[in-house]
Design a protein around this ligand. Structure first.
Ligand code: NAP
Length: 320
């Protein structure tokens, strides 16, 4: 089978397509024939060697994918050969034609959800759900600002928050991104590249402030976010690419919370509940992953360059 392999940490060019031995599932495992693979920013941090959690070299990147169960190991009764599934984590890496998975890493894919859409669920939708429901404790009627709504996590959060009865505001850096954010369910959209957008958001809340902010780039925005919050407001830090200076008094005077999260910290029981909720949303089409670009698996290096550039409009997908 063909798989992307990383022999040394470094730039996107360290990812090479190689021929690898065919895999077979062990007890309690399944082998998934991947038809689409989701690319996430975290895979670029891991590949560069800068992420705190590092795999042993050499390795195959990736955790998200979708495809068909090729083979089941002993004691597997939940899935059978031919079942459509998406992966949220793998044992052997998802940038490949086949991936071995433990049973808790595989979830059924509803018939009307495409494989490319299935490959967009694992990290982005689980992160959006964890942030909105488990960390922010969002309630219907509250206002959420999704600060970076045009990417994989942001669009998932827009759809989830809208379905949960929140007033949904989002930001994006391009006209294409802002149009998409509105189409996917936001009530209002702002340009996070515009000089006056923070003042505009505050003005549009009539001075009351925002209940919840889901933050994709905290090193740029956290100090500004604190000035936007309502009384008892909370910021969930989902993404950050550096350090930031804040004025703690902005949090104090609002009794506001800054809540961090990393999806990999989610306890297994919470993860199972998240994916049960996502399945229901996918089945009734409340959740509709948006694909921005599809590239062949061999173009993984280009995909890693593209995902770090501005102008997001949904997910970048690799096709094995
Ligand atoms: P993505 O698809 O590449 O999207 C990136 C998003 O960030 C886009 O909406 C982009 O908007 C936006 N952005 C760019 N500049 C911004 C700014 N100045 N202010 C606000 N937003 C800005 O990435 P993703 O998969 O959605 O992930 C988003 C972030 O969350 C990444 O940093 C990722 O590493 C992190 N993340 C963390 C977890 C976790 O467990 N904590 C899980 C998943 C992802 P434009 O392109 O329109 O400018």
């Amino acid at each position: 089978m063909r798989a992307i392999r990383v022999d040394l940490f470094g730039g996107p060019e360290v990812m090479r397509l190689k021929e690898m031995p065919i895999l077979h599932p062990g007890v309690g495992q399944v082998l998934v024939h991947l038809k689409a693979v989701g690319v996430n920013p975290v895979e670029t941090y891991i590949r560069s060697g800068s992420y705190p959690m590092q795999p042993a070299l050499p390795y195959t990147p990736g955790m998200d994918g979708a495809g068909i169960i090729e083979e089941t190991g002993d004691q597997v009764i939940a899935f059978k050969t031919g079942d459509r599934v998406y992966t949220a984590g793998t044992i052997t890496g998802s940038y490949a034609e086949y991936a071995l998975c433990n049973l808790d890493q595989v979830h059924p894919l509803p018939a009307k959800v495409s494989f490319a859409q299935g490959a967009s669920i694992g990290v982005p939708y689980a992160t959006a759900y964890r942030a909105l429901v488990h960390r922010a404790h969002a309630m219907p009627g509250e206002t959420v600002l999704i600060h970076g709504a045009s990417g994989g996590v942001g669009l998932a959060a827009v759809q989830l928050a809208r379905a949960c009865g929140l007033q949904v505001w989002g930001t994006a850096g391009t006209e294409r991104g802002r149009k998409l954010v509105m189409e996917q369910g936001a009530h209002r959209v702002f340009d996070h590249g515009a000089p006056d957008y923070i003042g505009q958001i505050l003005q549009d809340t009539a001075g009351r402030g925002i209940d919840i902010i889901l933050e994709m780039l905290a090193n740029q925005n956290l100090a500004k976010d604190l000035t936007l919050l309502s009384s008892n407001g909370r910021v969930v830090v989902i993404g950050s690419r550096g350090r930031v200076e804040i004025d703690p008094r902005e949090a104090m005077r609002r009794d506001a919370d800054i809540r961090g999260m990393v999806l990999f910290n989610t306890p297994p029981a919470d993860l199972a509940r998240i994916h049960a909720g996502l399945f229901a949303g996918l089945e009734n089409a409340t959740l509709r992953p948006v694909i921005s670009r599809e590239l062949p698996l061999a173009d993984a290096p280009q995909a890693h360059i593209a995902i770090m550039q501005p102008g997001a409009a949904g997910k970048i997908i690799l096709i094995p």
